[in-house]
Design a protein around this ligand. Structure first.
Ligand SMILES: [Zn+2]
Length: 571
């Protein structure tokens, strides 16, 4: 089977179009009830609609989302005079400009303005939000924070604030982002000297991506070194096929990957790959081809969906079999879409009357990960081919088309990559994947064997290809069996075995001795865990996710307008 960004994005468009209400709200919770339900919750006032809107704008080349307008109307309804977005005073939410909501909205406004530079409404909202955040912050010398110093209290704002500063050419947004970063790095509470951290990986990795952008912009080697050390720790608690835990150092027996955590982990890896360490490209390709691609929901047989069930205000039951296709796992195991059965704790629900809607229902998906997974794919897709000076780098061996080049790859089914130049280039560099016999690499130019190449930093390099040239790379991929285990420190562990072919995992097997229940600290009781071969939503050896196909469609054109990585944009 071949991975295709185009198929994954098309499934994403279909999911977005079927999971946004006419009012413009989304459905954070998917419960494993009978029948399965998607239920609106407090993240659906700002956080999720922002993610869905950003994904819809990013995915425009793959299909239109008429619900973009509904999402915009809904979001703007929640933006107040002070520029911040507020949840309403409602049975499921308190009136609050919650900071994670503000960071999601910032990302979205930046991407929307990149896509449509003249959009005065978006620009006004973006400036209003940046200015509003500065206004509610406290300054203490060269540090700033909102309410208190912390990853939550400003960390996740750094990356989109910096990007807003570049886009709007507003230095003061960069200065504010730098002060937030300095505050967090000056505290010993959040990141250990050895790079370790505890808690929400999504938030911590987003913060580190912000550190790296600022470090690159300011040429601050000390901050860059600190960020690399933190990422090394994140790598140490993740697998090479892209399983990134939702929580670092969770104090119980449950361990799952949140797709949003993988998104920010990839954001960090992409920034490092582009500007610090080309060795990171292989990490990106492995995580994308494997856990990210396979975390997209294709088969809903692990849920009891009833397409004829009735909907209610704020609850979707009808047609979930198709609506959930294209969303992403919220708590995956390394080999399956759901790692364990957890339900909400009583404090989740604000009023007694709303408890029946949320309590005692097994949480199957957290739908922040739908927007997160699609953004993660877009981040990678936008970096498959990059320009450097007058040359081109093919960093990742996926199919992709830009105005300069067309790359066609059917890896790993066919270990062969075809690159057609649409314009002349000073050089063409193509990354050699991991687990590939370098002495058997064969390169041809317009059908003739090509020997005038060299290998530099893991890339095969060719000078001065002309417009119309066709370069073909034949590879011999190697197989490897990898064993790995997962656990939280001091708690029971789970063992796995993965078959690799080049940078693709073809199968994951679980150890028959893996525990089938584990203690949940949140519920203060053991729950069912799914680290066996009968887990819900098996990712391998089963119905393939939407991104996989026998014959990939033609690569779609990337106009490069939504760009969170170009160094030109950083200056
Ligand atoms: Zn998520």
């Amino acid at each position: 089977m071949i991975f295709s960004f185009e198929k994954a994005f098309q499934a994403g468009v279909s999911h977005i179009n079927s999971m946004v209400s006419p009012e413009g709200y989304t459905y954070f919770d998917v419960f494993r009830t009978s029948p399965a339900e998607a239920v609106m919750d407090w993240p659906d006032f700002v956080d999720l609609p922002a993610r869905y809107l950003e994904a819809a704008v990013m995915l425009r080349p793959f299909g239109s989302c008429p619900c973009e307008k509904n999402l915009r109307d809904w979001l703007w309804k929640h933006i107040a005079e002070d520029g911040l977005a507020y949840r309403p005073d409602s049975p499921i939410s308190r009136p609050d400009a919650e900071l994670f909501d503000q960071s999601r909205l910032l990302y979205t406004l930046v991407s929307c303005l990149q896509k449509t530079p003249g959009d005065a409404v978006v620009e006004k909202a973006l400036r209003g939000l940046c200015d509003g955040l500065i206004k509610i912050s406290t300054r203490d010398g060269d540090i700033s924070y909102i309410s208190q110093i912390g990853v939550y209290y400003g960390g996740t704002l750094i990356r989109p604030l910096a990007q807003a500063g570049f886009l709007l050419r507003e230095k003061r947004y960069l200065v504010f982002a730098r002060r937030l970063a300095k505050g967090i790095l000056s505290s010993e509470e959040y990141f250990g000297a050895d790079g370790s951290f505890k808690g929400h990986v999504h938030g911590h990795m987003a913060t580190v991506a912000g550190f790296i952008v600022l470090a690159l912009h300011d040429q601050d080697d000390a901050m860059l070194k600190r960020a690399v050390g933190i990422f090394d720790y994140a790598k140490s608690i993740s697998t090479q096929h892209g399983f990134v835990p939702e929580l670092a150092q969770r104090e119980d027996a449950l361990v799952a990957c949140e797709t949003c955590a993988l998104m920010d982990y990839l954001d960090v890896a992409l920034l490092l790959a582009r500007y610090v360490d080309a060795g990171m490209w292989s990490l990106v390709e492995k995580a994308t081809r494997n856990h990210l691609a396979r975390s997209q929901v294709g088969d809903t047989s692990w849920l009891d969906c009833n397409d004829a069930a009735e909907n209610e205000e704020g609850i979707l039951r009808r047609n979930l079999n198709s609506s959930l296709v294209g969303s992403f796992a919220g708590w995956s195991a390394p080999h399956a879409l759901l790692a364990y059965e957890e339900v909400f704790w009583p404090e989740w629900v604000r009023t007694e009357e709303m408890k029946p809607r949320y309590m005692n229902k097994v949480r199957a998906i957290q739908n922040c990960c739908a927007g997160g997974g699609l953004r993660a794919l877009h981040q990678v897709w936008s970096n498959v081919v990059t320009k450097e000076g007058g040359g081109l780098n093919v960093n990742l061996l996926f199919s992709k088309e830009t105005k300069d080049v067309r790359v066609e790859s059917a890896l790993p089914a066919d270990a062969h990559v075809k690159i057609t130049l649409k314009k002349p280039a000073a050089f063409l560099r193509v990354r050699i994947p991991d687990r590939c016999r370098v002495d058997s690499l064969a390169l041809s130019l317009n059908g003739e064997p090509c020997h005038s190449t060299k290998i530099v930093h893991g890339f095969i390099e060719m000078h001065s290809p002309a417009a119309g040239d066709v370069i073909e790379l034949s590879l011999e991929l190697l197989t490897e069996v990898e064993t790995f285990s997962l656990s939280n420190p001091g708690h029971q562990s789970y063992q796995f075995e993965a078959d690799w072919l080049g940078e693709t995992v073809t199968e994951i097997r679980t150890d028959p001795g893996n525990p089938t229940s584990g203690y949940s600290r949140i519920l203060k009781a053991p729950v069912l865990v799914f680290y066996g071969m009968d887990a819900p939503g098996m990712m391998y050896g089963h119905v393939p996710p939407p991104a996989f196909t026998e014959s990939p469609p033609a690569p779609a054109m990337d106009d490069g307008i939504i760009d969170w990585y170009s160094l030109d944009a950083l200056r």
